[in-house]
Design a protein around this ligand. Sequence first.
Ligand SMILES: [Zn+2]
Length: 236
Amino acid sequence: MNVAVSRRTAFRASLTGGAALVLGGSGAAALASSDGPESARPGDADGALRLLRQGNRRWRASASHHPNEDAARREELTGGQSPFATILGCSDSRVPPELVFDRGLGDLFTVRSAGQVPDPSVLGSVLYAVEHLETPLLVVLGHESCGAVSAAVEAHETGDVPQGHIGHLVERLLPVVESTPDDGGDFVDACVTANAEDIARRLREDEEIGGFARTGALRVVAARYELGTGAVTFLD
Ligand SMILES: [Zn+2]
């Protein structure tokens, strides 16, 4: 058996409360109660994607339901969490996953870093959700006009890489910028798409996170968000 999967199974077997209880029959019904049938936790990636697409449609239409934000939901979640998707997104204040997918408490496990740079702390956070919370879907969410990607493009074009912590981010974004063809269009925008797709690919190939993708327990998808329209496009 895959090492990562056997660890996950062992963790489930050792659970005496928390997420395991929330995942159980009555817990699942309770989770659904505050938002109608659409809020029942999907058990697979297809169902998770469906909820995200539905939520984004509401967000785009300025018709958000703001599900799972009430006191009852807070109380339901005190015993554990069972989010249906992990979102690896940018820290940009204009792209908060719960808003752009119109979801609430306990729905999304969000990990954010500028440019979605997957350094070791980010990878550990993602792995926690995949392995221990068993989210069936992992979305790498890039976005239009990403400042981190723009900084990497600037460093690529000028050869001037910033120092310090910002430099750390830029250096991790430079390889994808350097490998993205410049066809004369909006190069930053092309790099935004390429970066989301590249990170998704690397996560699928990651020794630990990728183990869940290889067994079919996890689907990793890249996506991008448009600031003006609010639309999320899934790229693969
Ligand atoms: Zn960004």
